[in-house]
Design a binder for this molecule. Structure first.
Ligand SMILES: Nc1ncnc2c1ncn2[C@@H]1O[C@H](COP(=O)(O)OP(=O)(O)O)[C@@H](O)[C@H]1O
Ligand SMILES: N[C@@H](CCC(=O)OP(=O)(O)O)C(=O)O
Length: 277
């Protein structure tokens, strides 16, 4: 698959997962947050429009409060996320400031998909920040979202949230950064012989059967939710990448059309047929 089309992507949503924000269950990866802030700032200053969806509220909260396990009570989970989200944003603000880039926080619940007014308001808020050259940093509002029958406002993981945001802002590309290089034919953490898949043109049952769950205590989605996000992006004829967050500069390569990670995009022939219809 020729990746030159990625060179033309102007509006890009970048999602980073808990596994990448954290070095271990209790240690925040400050260097990673710094490098990511540098990359996002550089892209924005080159004329791209960047929206960052960052997980890590729960992980950073656990590090701040010295907790090694996810608390079982909802009230404790909320407190953890509340402490963690402000600590996470304070880190981002500090690092982005170093690169002379302003950022603004937006916290969401599923209200944005369930209520058109909320959807529009959210769209206005993000576009207003982008028009002022400010990078929106988005997470779920973990301290208040709930998962009760009859009233569920929780996304629960950020792959879905990132795809919702990418659709909302009509992004050209969603980049999901994780602790793996991309989609493998089976979980590389349990199968060392697994092979990386470089391109997926359709999410079929074979592809879905490759995906397993999350890889650490505080992350929640795993590969299954990343494939669902890819399915959503492909259904609106947009592209998605899964790539490693090990060195965030890989985003420069991706946007230069170089081979990295797994690209999800309908093939040219299919996009052409749809265009002709
Ligand atoms: N087929 C697969 N290819 C790659 N990773 C997989 C696969 N199946 C399951 N995984 C798991 O998905 C994890 C990434 O998802 P997740 O733990 O939610 O991370 P993140 O915090 O980046 O969202 C990997 O660490 C790996 O353990
Ligand atoms: N909103 C949560 C994200 C939860 C989560 O684990 O997401 P992810 O690592 O993207 O699977 C947080 O900030 O901790």
């Amino acid at each position: 698959m020729n990746r030159d089309i990625l060179k033309d992507c102007k509006r890009v949503v970048i999602k980073i997962g808990t596994n990448s924000i954290m070095k271990s269950a209790t240690e925040v990866d400050y260097h990673k947050i710094d490098r990511l802030s540098f990359v996002c700032s550089s892209l924005q200053q080159q004329g791209k429009e960047v929206v960052l969806v960052s997980s890590g509220a729960v992980g950073v909260g656990a590090s701040t409060l010295n907790m090694e396990e996810y608390p079982s009570s909802v009230a404790e989970q909320q407190a953890l996320a509340s402490v963690g989200q402000s600590a996470l944003m304070s880190l981002y603000s500090r690092f982005f400031q170093h690169y002379e880039q302003y950022v603004g926080q937006i916290l969401m619940t599923t209200d944005i998909i369930n209520y058109p007014n909320s959807y529009n308001n959210c769209n206005i808020a993000i576009n207003s920040l982008l028009s002022k050259n400010i990078i929106p940093i988005i997470n779920e509002n973990d301290a208040v979202s709930v998962d009760e029958s009859g009233h569920c406002t929780k996304f629960g993981e950020n792959d879905t949230l990132a795809a919702v945001v990418a659709e909302l802002v009509e992004a050209d590309l969603l980049i999901i950064m994780s602790d793996v290089d991309g989609l493998y034919d089976s979980n590389p953490h349990t199968n060392p012989g697994a092979s990386l898949i470089s391109y997926v043109g359709e999410i079929d049952t074979d592809i879905l059967s490759m995906a397993g769950g999350a890889g650490s205590v505080f992350s929640t989605g795993g590969m299954e939710t990343k494939l669902k996000a890819a399915e959503k992006m492909m259904s609106i004829d947009k592209a998605m990448m899964i790539t490693s967050a090990e060195n965030p500069s890989i985003i420069f390569d991706i946007l230069n059309g170089k081979e990295a990670g797994t690209l999800f995009r309908k093939n040219e022939a299919e996009l052409q047929i749809q265009g002709d219809e």
